[in-house]
Design a binder for this molecule. Structure first.
Ligand SMILES: Nc1ncnc2c1ncn2[C@@H]1O[C@H](COP(=O)(O)OP(=O)(O)OP(=O)(O)O)[C@@H](O)[C@H]1O
Length: 434
């Protein structure tokens, strides 16, 4: 089990991760989602002891990574598949990692077989394709037969067969009772692989719940209705009847109607009463991608200039945590059918850190703005959790330098080798210089 409590990471003026609390449980694949630059890699690096949190803590099986006895046997990770000595044979690369951790050489051949690289084991990895590199990185993560596995974008560069293989591998590792934490931008893949999701935006928790709950909470189901194409007046008649009954009706490109706000039997009855024949009446549930886009639409840092909001960068709001950007207005906001991203959600699992995170927020607030703290104290626990983020945004942090406008923020830097993260891999001083 991985547990984060009030995890915060600042790089100078940039807040990469802010007050993040979650648990990653064994026995399921937990997906880790968020837009570019939202703090996923930073969080994974803190889990692996490659970066120190500015505040808060994260543990694996109750210990910070650096205090875990025989950590490479307990935790395996793929952070950056390119972080390999290209001049080494694949097998030698794995052998050197195995020797560092006291893992027998026969295990190297085992994992080469598991990832399908046995035939190229004696080829230099600099000649590997992106997909072969990913497989080598996964082999390194599996080397210690660990109970806890972290994968940052494991399907990057893999062909469809490779993607299917990774999906099945993740599921089988979880089915063996291991903790599997995997980040990806491929929503269709996540929907098939993960059972549970942790979603972050601008370093903050947006959702912590099952995939099913996530889709239900962040999307509206709708009905698709189709009338005979040869009789357009039937379509108009039905549109009027449905609208009068309180439904919202949108025409689809193929001539069908997308109806929300009315249950299917009611649509059927209304069509019958209006003497309209139906060629289709079907229920539809939004995809994970649609739900994700809806939840994160206000937390995207990097947008194409071709987007409606291209180039829009709001100046740093006074009192925001350093480097935290305010919510960005999104296309379609306040139009019918749009609704704002919900407050952080924790699904059906109580957040065991709610009190702790709240206490931490209160302590921080107390030091800086007693009037806000007083308000926080008077809120019931659940409401306080929902409101603390919004309220903390208003708190001045005079001791911190003002953050750069977003357009000038640094881009994510390449990550160091992570298959066998070591204490000497990085330090916070190095963070600041990278
Ligand atoms: N060493 C560093 N120094 C300064 N800023 C950093 C450093 N590492 C990350 N950041 C910043 O922290 C923020 C979070 O970056 P991170 O790489 O964790 O995001 P991410 O969610 O993994 O993004 P992506 O999906 O693009 O990989 C970004 O704004 C990034 O520029």
């Amino acid at each position: 089990m991985i547990e984060a409590a009030g995890l915060t990471k600042r790089y100078g003026a940039k807040t990469a991760v802010y007050n993040l609390s979650f648990q990653v449980r064994p026995g399921t694949v937990t997906g880790f989602l968020g837009p570019n630059g939202s703090g996923k890699s930073t969080t994974m690096r803190m889990i692996l002891g490659l970066d120190n949190p500015t505040s808060g803590r994260v543990t694996i099986a109750g210990h910070p990574y650096r205090k875990l006895p025989n950590a490479p046997r307990q935790v395996g990770a793929l952070l950056d598949a390119k972080a390999v000595h290209g001049g080494r044979h694949a097998r030698n690369h794995l052998l050197s990692l195995a020797q560092l951790s006291g893992i027998p050489a026969r295990r190297v051949d085992e994992v080469l077989g598991v990832v399908g690289l046995q035939d190229v084991a004696r080829k230099r990895s600099k000649g590997f394709s992106l997909g072969m590199g990913q497989r080598l990185g996964i082999a390194a993560a599996l080397l210690g037969d660990p109970q806890v596995l972290l994968f940052d974008e494991p399907v990057n560069g893999l062909d469809p067969e490779g993607i299917l293989w990774v999906r099945n591998l993740m599921k089988s590792l979880a089915a063996e009772g291991r903790t599997v934490f995997v980040s990806s931008h491929l929503m269709s893949e996540m929907a098939l692989t993960a059972e549970h999701l942790i979603v972050i935006g601008r370093g903050q928790l947006l959702a912590d719940m099952s995939v099913r709950e996530f889709i239900a909470a962040n999307s509206a189901g709708f009905a698709r209705v189709r009338t005979p194409e040869t009789e357009p007046q039937q379509r108009e008649k039905l549109t009027s009847a449905l609208t009068e009954a309180g439904g919202q009706v949108l025409p689809e490109q193929d001539g069908a109607l997308r109806v929300t706000g009315l249950p299917l039997p009611r649509i059927s009855d209304l069509a019958h009463e209006a003497d309209v024949r139906l060629w289709e009446l079907s229920p539809h549930q939004a995809s994970l991608e649609e739900a994700y886009m809806r939840l994160t639409q206000g937390a995207v840092d990097y947008r194409s200039t071709a987007d409606q909001l291209g180039g829009f960068q709001e100046p740093q709001a006074a009192g925001m945590p350093p480097g935290m950007a305010p919510p960005v207005p999104v296309p379609g906001q306040d139009q019918p059918g749009w609704y704002p991203p919900p407050a952080p959600q924790h699904g059906d699992r109580p957040n065991p850190y709610a009190d702790q995170a709240q206490a931490q927020a209160q302590a921080q607030a107390q030091a800086q703005a007693p009037e806000h703290t007083a308000m926080l104290r008077t809120l019931p626990a659940a409401a306080a959790q929902e409101q603390q983020t919004a309220m903390l945004r208003k708190l001045p942090e005079p001791q911190q330098p003002q953050a750069q406008p977003q357009a000038q923020q640094p881009q994510a830097q390449p990550l160091p080798p992570a298959a066998a993260p070591t204490e000497s891999a990085t330090s916070d001083n190095e963070d600041a210089t990278r």
